[in-house]
Design a protein around this ligand. Structure first.
Ligand code: NDP
Length: 337
């Protein structure tokens, strides 16, 4: 059973040398009497929360994982043996499966059984899984969007940003995205249907950049990056604007988070700024899935994946997520069936 093991705690930006590939043995049968399942991992998900390890010492993480054990992450997997009446051999599931070829899973409540298999299965790591659900919650539940509003999405070509921006377009909003390369900017405009997009790495005055794209100001900001971008956005929000604070990837590696100068704009412009965690909205996952499946099937939402072949590609894929060298939702193909 090949596994990606976390060798030591991540300090600063994760490095490939923080992880290693090992092989261990695993029995593919659930031990007698244990309410658990054994799964074969097919597609593993590469997500920013995986950067967190136990050294963070706060509530930053969804799943803390321990040095010398497999990296914790979501995946799409096939059941090969079941000790639970709720799962049968051959069932497909998604949820926290860990980065290894086969996993013994005991926390069965955290798993979602895949019922609709007419779409790419890897999408349950992305547009139909946690990232898509996060975009849906942040945009629809937190931002209360209305047709015609002006929407800005940062890390717009990321796993979540792609969906947040396309949901905004479907709502009839004017949507601008920021991303870290020309290729991503072109894809945002030409493939995902954003009205405008810009490469934030080439902009030296983000305040002026936002004024150029939003001369009338921003109604909704879908926040993925934090730091300087948030500060510039605050200065460009409209009265009664809304900010869904999904994440702040530019801040995760810093010992001291960057200061925000323009926070007082929350008062002046009566802006609502709300952080959220997707797992508190599990109750609306079925509604989300029904909506998003229809959009995907009809081609009204498209999704770009950053596909990495083989479990050995996992460490490099995770590192690339934090440098922006990835392009789209990070997926590691372990097996196709
Ligand atoms: P992404 O796919 O967007 O993450 C990777 C991208 O982030 C990179 O490709 C890069 O794109 C960008 N990035 C990396 N470092 C920086 C930086 N220093 N400054 C600006 N951009 C950077 O990830 P997700 O879509 O999965 O997640 C988006 C955000 O949502 C993250 O902050 C994540 O932590 C958060 N999150 C929140 C959840 C919740 O429940 N609230 C659930 C899941 C995720 P580029 O080329 O544009 O630089």
């Amino acid at each position: 059973n090949k596994q990606v093991i976390c060798r030591n705690q991540f300090i600063g930006v994760p490095k490939e040398s923080d992880m290693t590939i090992t092989t261990s043995s695993i029995t593919l049968k659930v031990p007698q009497g244990l309410k658990a399942i054994v799964v074969k991992n097919l597609y593993l998900s590469c997500d920013p929360y995986m950067r967190g390890v136990e050294n963070s010492g706060n509530d930053r993480l969804f799943y803390a994982f321990t040095v010398d054990t497999p990296v914790v992450g979501y995946g799409v997997a096939k059941v090969v043996d079941s000790g639970s009446p709720d799962f049968q051999e051959g069932d497909l599931i998604w949820g926290p499966t860990k980065w290894q070829e086969y996993s013994l899973l005991e926390n069965l409540d955290s798993l979602v059984k895949i019922q609709h298999k007419d779409v790419p299965l890897s999408y349950y790591n992305g547009v139909l899984g946690m990232p898509g659900h996060t975009a849906y919650v942040g945009f629809n539940e937190i931002c209360s969007p209305k047709s015609g509003e002006y929407v800005f999405v940062s890390s717009a070509f990321g796993a979540i940003g792609q969906i947040a921006g396309q949901l905004a377009k479907l709502m009839g909003c004017y949507v601008v995205g920021s991303a870290g390369s020309k290729e991503k900017v072109d894809l945002l405009k030409n493939k995902l249907g954003f009205d405008e997009a810009f490469n934030y790495k080439e902009e030296h005055d983000l305040d002026a950049t936002l004024k150029r794209y939003f001369p009338q100001g921003i109604d909704i900001y879908f926040e993925n990056v934090g730091g300087k971008m948030l500060d510039a956005v605050l200065a460009n929000m409209r009265v009664n604007g809304r900010i869904a604070v999904c994440g702040m990837i530019s801040q995760y590696h810093l010992d001291q988070p960057e200061g925000i100068k323009n926070l007082v704009q929350l008062v002046y412009k009566r802006i609502l700024m709300k952080g959220f965690r997707v797992y508190e909205y599990n109750h609306i996952y079925p509604k989300f899935l029904e909506t998003m499946l229809a959009y995907v099937r009809e081609g009204r939402i498209v999704y770009q994946e950053d596909v990495n072949d083989g479990i050995e590609s996992g460490p490099a894929a995770l590192v690339r997520l934090f440098s922006g060298e990835n392009s789209g939702k990070g997926v590691i193909v372990v097996a196709r069936e």
